[in-house]
Write a protein that binds this ligand. Structure first.
Ligand SMILES: Cc1ncc(COP(=O)(O)O)c(C=O)c1O
Length: 403
């Protein structure tokens, strides 16, 4: 279904003057394309979708249906995966802190836990003694220098004492299955990807261990409009670039297709970034000491994109637009810095729809209940309106408070 004036009138009437539009069709397309691109170079490849990036159940279900893993970082996300029917052996639990009781249940059920600290490693070791008849699938989150200038706080320094300590704990117990070695480095530039892969390949050579899965984490750019690309100082790689940067190294290291460990990546933004739009409404246009502001029902908090002008489209809903220069679109909050788009030049009128693209990642999941409850999420990609999330109301925010 195309987004135009007529459709916006209908949607506004039903769901209010601001809403998200989810494009599940595009998400499916991205998943299939990313999977194929890497698999063309290295066949034993799979995707673990980073739930935190956008845990909309419909998206998580698509990943499950297409055979991907659920990459979760909390008991809440682990529960979500289970509730939508992901089998335990398809759930990978990362993250720095895990609730002990949930962790135990999860391991007993056959999920994979990537150990992040020695304390966690010791806890799991003790559990494995307590539950001698159960096999626990564990991984180790590995931390090394990928020349990105960051000292990551996650996982084990692979040159440190605690890394070998946790490895020895795992080796000591037959029922601790080291299924996975994992890493994740947040910077998305292409140059760090061969470093990620080399770090892992060198490590397995040094340890003389080839686990069932080697997981390079997330940190890939997604697809985006040229107007957004231009605002980055580095080039924006595509799926093929990332695949060539790492899958080629794996294919070279494991030429025997029968004995390839599974290569996994954990994309969030690369799959979902371009799969959501936010549609807000221009409520007022005013001039303050020479500067023009259009206040929108919508906020920086809805899109979580700071420091850039997102790709926008204005849909005229009335006929009395005027030409403006250097107009800032600002949000409904009382925060001075709540600017959605700066220095817009063009036509605009009150009641126009402001359509913001590329807001699928870290948007919905990071919207605080600040000043207003959140808006509806609708999927119109399949030629009908599907309510993915109804608009939040007063009670959604206040029912956990005592009055
Ligand atoms: C462990 C892990 N995997 C995957 C991701 C997804 O990252 P991205 O959205 O950059 O692909 C993150 C993001 O922080 C992460 O911490």
């Amino acid at each position: 279904m195309e987004l135009n004036k007529e459709n916006i009138i209908v949607l506004r009437k039903e769901y209010g003057d601001a809403f998200y539009l989810l494009d599940s069709k595009q998400f499916r397309k991205n998943y299939t394309e990313l999977k194929q691109t890497f698999s063309n170079i290295y066949s034993n490849f799979n995707i673990a979708y980073s739930y935190k990036t956008n845990y909309t159940p419909k998206l998580c279900k698509i990943v499950n249906e297409l055979g991907g893993y659920a990459e979760v970082v909390s008991e809440m996300e682990a529960e979500l995966a289970m509730r939508i029917g992901v089998k335990n052996d398809k759930i990978i639990w990362n993250g720095p802190i895990k609730n002990k009781e949930n962790l135990k249940k999860f391991l007993l059920a056959g999920g994979t836990v990537n150990i992040d600290s020695i304390d966690e490693g010791k806890y799991i070791y003790e559990l494995s003694k307590q539950y001698g008849n159960s096999v626990f699938n564990v991984g180790i989150r590995c931390n090394y220098d990928v020349k990105d200038g960051v000292i990551s706080r996650f996982g084990f320094d692979i040159e440190g004492k605690e890394f070998f300590e946790v490895l020895n704990l795992i080796k000591k117990r037959d029922n601790l299955n080291l299924i996975n070695l994992q890493c994740h480095f947040a910077k998305r530039q292409l140059e760090y990807w061969p470093e990620k892969a080399k770090g892992m390949l060198d490590l397995i050579d040094e340890l003389k261990i080839v686990p069932q899965r080697i997981d390079l984490g997330g940190g890939l750019f997604g697809k985006m409009d040229d107007s957004l690309k231009e605002q980055f100082t580095s080039d924006i790689p595509d799926y093929q670039d990332y695949a060539e940067a790492v899958a080629t190294l794996f294919a070279k290291r494991f030429p025997d297709k029968e004995n390839q460990p599974e290569l996994i990546i954990e994309p969030g933004s690369a799959l979902v970034g371009d799969c959501m739009k936010f549609v807000g409404t221009v409520k007022t246009i005013k001039k303050v000491r020479g500067k023009i502001f259009a206040t929108v029902l919508g906020s920086q908090n809805n899109i979580s994109m700071t420091g850039v002008n997102p790709p926008i489209e204005i849909i005229n809903m009335s006929n009395d637009q005027k030409e403006y220069t250097n107009l800032d679109f600002v949000g409904f909050t009382c925060i001075e810095s709540d600017a959605i788009y700066k220095n817009y030049n063009g036509q605009l009128a009150v009641d126009d729809a402001l359509v913001i693209s590329n807001c699928g990642s870290y948007s919905l999941v990071m919207k605080p209940p600040f000043i207003l409850p959140n808006f509806a999420v609708l999927d119109i990609s399949e030629d009908r309106v599907e309510v993915i999330k109804r608009p939040e109301n007063f009670d959604d925010i206040f029912h956990t408070f005592e009055f």
